[in-house]
Ligand binder design. Structure first.
Ligand code: FAD
Ligand code: AMP
Length: 475
């Protein structure tokens, strides 16, 4: 039993927990950060799902596979011919591992520089903000904190009759580690992760079929966006089967036989590998002792108020463990807001302005309300849009698929939301987030000077088009 006392104990070292730890150290708190994750080498691997098996490694593979795809399909139009192109999947996976390792090491250095105590082990909240730590090596001990932040993140959902074996049937972890491109890859779920990982392996030569139970692709964005996305994915050869609900998967002679129902008919397909990407759930199992006083919702998330307070005094919860979008930047901003609230400042997070990105090609990014949301809420709105095909820069780059749409309040002109499908949508959405955070109107964006020729001119023109005065298209 340790008698160590901390101002703040944080359970979970992902983008929610580690960012909270660094901000707390900046505010002179004595911090203990507990995270159980270890790398292949048995060493501590802070950074959570996001750094180790999520955001970062998936983007490393998306970038590698994009280079390979461009060389094969897009260079010829620029007059560049490349003979004998080949792909070594092992080198690609090694590069991804190095990127992750470098960032794991960077985090450990940041903890040291900020005098954050780091425990590589499992944390369990007992009562009165005491936490039992079970280190990856050594005996358990108990610590106490003035405050505790729970930031244990999420784990993948599974579905009945589909058992993850880590080799043939995998979740996100396995899909980032294939030793070679499977000849046929099945993906259950055409959500963010399914589309990103499906894109990686399609570009590397796999035949990819995605099964999506819903009848609509990406219902989180408006139909014009999801239709444009479906068109581009189809061109790339991704076979997305909507209204296809997977009932089970069996291993037969080293292959995976997937059974699914579509339009009332049962069919099957056989694959070399199957990725299950049907969403994620809060990692609340084993986190709370019986006396913790922390309530769960019926979905197993930690119940919190708008400031991330749980039902137990001075115990807070953030990130994938609680309501709201399961996104790394949302987790981080909640971490900062909670720590600043603890320090007596005005911690603040606006869930209405969290940007979303799908890193397919083209990228898809959005923020705020969709047309669908506003119609349901009875809010009068107007829209403006602009295609990248009408921008000089998009055409010069040879990357001009997609468009920008801006949605503004019909009366006040305040921007309520935006959606972008196109090159660098992940970067461009930031301009809209800033404008919305400053309560800006489409008129404001339309009057701001955008450099020429840039892709961001599509945002400028879409803003002008809200009032039917875009220059480079007929309004
Ligand atoms: P996590 O990152 O899950 O971190 C929690 C950590 O706590 C983990 O290391 C876990 O092992 C540890 N832990 C759990 N319980 C305990 C315990 N009791 N004691 C000690 N340690 C514990 N989001 C984006 O914003 N952008 C993206 O591009 C993106 N891509 C993704 C791609 C994939 C394939 C996946 C799976 C996810 C992706 N996400 C992305 C989502 C993002 O990873 C999560 O939203 C984010 O990691 C949540 O952060 P967190 O801090 O809440 O939890
Ligand atoms: P996301 O929540 O973005 O990770 O997406 C997960 C997707 O998986 C959702 O669009 C679900 O509709 C889909 N899904 C869940 N269960 C099944 C299933 N049994 N068969 C096919 N798709 C599924």
């Amino acid at each position: 039993m340790s008698d160590k006392k901390f101002d703040l104990i944080i359970v979970g070292g992902g983008p929610g927990g580690y960012v909270a730890a660094i901000r707390a150290a900046q505010l002179d708190m004595k911090v203990l950060l507990i995270d159980d994750r270890q790398g292949d080498d048995g060493k501590a691997a802070p950074g959570g799902t996001c750094l180790n098996v999520g955001c970062v490694p998936s983007k490393a593979l998306l970038d590698s596979s994009k280079h390979y795809h461009h060389i094969q399909h897009d260079y010829a139009a620029h007059g560049i011919s490349v003979d004998g192109v080949s792909m070594d999947v092992g080198t690609m996976i090694d590069r991804k591992r190095k990127v992750v390792k470098q960032l794991n090491g960077g985090l450990l250095q940041l903890f040291k520089a900020n005098k954050i105590e780091f425990a590589n082990g499992w944390g369990k909240l007992l009562s009165d903000r005491s936490v039992e730590v079970t280190p990856c090596e050594g005996d358990s001990y108990t610590v106490a904190g003035q405050h505790v932040i729970l930031a244990a993140g999420s784990v993948p959902f599974t579905i009945p009759n589909v058992e993850i074996d880590g080799t043939h049937i995998v979740d996100n972890v396995g899909a980032l580690e294939f030793g070679e491109a499977p000849e046929r890859l099945g993906v259950i779920g055409a959500g963010v992760i399914g589309l990103e990982m499906g894109s990686v392996w399609k570009r590397l030569g796999s035949e990819v079929i995605l099964f999506e139970a819903m009848d609509e692709l990406l219902p989180v964005v408006d139909k014009d966006m999801s239709r444009a996305a479906a068109r581009e994915f189809k061109k790339q050869g991704l076979d997305i089967r909507l209204g296809a609900k997977v009932a089970g998967a069996d291993l037969v002679d080293g292959k995976v036989k997937v059974t699914y129902t579509k339009d009332g008919n049962e069919s099957s397909e056989t694959f070399d590998r199957l990725l299950v990407a049907v969403g994620r759930r809060a990692a609340s199992e084993g986190l709370l002792g019986e006396e913790s006083g922390v309530k769960l919702t019926d979905r197993g998330q930690i119940e919190v108020d708008a400031h991330c307070r749980t039902s137990a005094e001075n115990v807070w919860a953030i990130g994938d463990l609680v309501r709201g979008p399961m996104l790394a930047h949302k987790a981080s901003e909640e971490g900062v807001a909670v720590v600043e609230t603890i320090a007596g400042q005005h911690g603040h997070i606006n869930l209405d302005h969290v940007p979303w990105v799908i890193y397919t090609d083209p990228e898809i990014a959005w923020v705020g309300k969709t047309e669908k949301d506003l119609a349901e809420a009875g809010v009068e709105y107007k829209t403006g849009s602009f295609p990248f095909a009408a921008t000089g820069r998009g055409l010069a780059m040879g990357d001009a698929a997609g468009h920008v749409k801006i949605i503004a309040d019909a009366e006040s002109d305040r921007i309520l939301g935006a959606q972008i499908i196109g090159p660098t949508a992940s970067e461009m959405i930031a301009e809209i987030v800033v404008t919305m955070e400053f309560a800006g109107a489409s008129e404001d964006l339309g009057r701001i000077i955008h450099a020429h020729p840039t892709l961001s001119e599509a945002i400028h023109e879409a803003a002008l088009s809200v009032d039917k005065r875009a220059i480079h298209k007929a309004n």
